[in-house]
Design a protein around this ligand. Structure first.
Ligand code: ADP
Ligand code: MG
Length: 237
């Protein structure tokens, strides 16, 4: 009996996912089909380059969705290496500098450890931080500060806090953040956090949100480390 319920719940999730994917892919496909048909029917009537930009956007949209879903399809992590964690997070921040300055957002870091290494699939782990920090930037349409704190606990778990001064998350939304296609953004895909959680799962990590509407949000990530140096002593302030 228990197993049956479990299976039907799984099927419901698969159905929800399939419907979402189909919906998201259908719009750009319909658009691509329309343009292609139009060019075939009236080859000399249109300025192609004008429409090629839109077609490229459609293709990128489909590409993005399929890329995100590759993470779910992969049963195991592929190549794991031992990576220095603080340079990894610095690289992600550099990657997002352009977007941050466009949004008048400033990214501050507070590293409370000297060094740490993590056994991970490097690009996947970067994706977690890209997705979470991007959300923090996007939560502050008028600009503001994102503070990233990295510390550890005595069990060699890294604790990474990403704090923003954004709009916050309504109570009713907190339990939907990881659902596929949940988004409150006009152009959002609602896949970033689902993917982040799946990758963290693969790394025995966790992601947890606390938020106050109108004040901001704190995303807390915990991640097992291979080694940590300069762990803050309990008396240090
Ligand atoms: P997307 O960014 O495409 O909407 P995500 O999966 O990355 O998809 O995020 C899902 C939703 O979670 C967002 O649309 C937003 O409502 C909410 N969210 C995530 N992070 C934050 C944050 N830092 N502040 C406010 N809302 C957030
Ligand atoms: Mg996002």
């Amino acid at each position: 009996m228990e197993r049956k319920i479990h299976q039907s719940e799984k099927l419901a999730v698969v159905g929800e996912l399939a419907a979402g994917v189909a919906h998201e892919i259908r719009n750009p496909l319909t658009s691509l089909k329309g343009f292609t048909q139009m060019f075939l029917d009236h080859p000399s009537m249109f300025n192609f380059t004008e429409y090629l930009h839109i077609m490229l956007e459609d293709i990128e949209s489909i590409n993005e969705i399929t890329n995100e879903f590759m993470v779910l399809a992969k049963p195991h992590m592929t190549v794991t290496t031992v990576v220095e964690f603080l340079p990894l997070i610095n690289q992600v921040i550099r990657l997002l500098t352009g977007q941050a300055s466009l949004n008048n957002a400033q990214i501050d870091t507070q590293f409370c450890i000297d060094r740490a290494t993590v056994k991970c699939e490097e690009n996947q782990l970067k994706k977690v931080f890209v997705n979470v920090i991007k959300n923090a930037i996007e939560a502050m349409p008028g600009g503001g500060k994102v503070t990233i704190t990295v510390t550890s606990n005595p069990n060699k778990n890294l604790l990474i806090q990403i704090k923003d001064e954004g709009m916050g998350i309504a109570d009713g939304h907190l339990n939907q953040l990881f659902h596929p296609f949940f988004t409150t953004k006009e152009n959002g895909k609602g896949l970033g956090l689902m993917v982040a959680q799946k990758i963290l799962d693969n790394h025995q990590g966790h992601l947890h949100f606390t938020s106050t509407v109108g004040e901001g949000t704190i995303a807390e990530i915990s991640l097992p480390a291979e080694s940590v140096k300069g762990f803050p002593s309990p008396t240090a302030s």
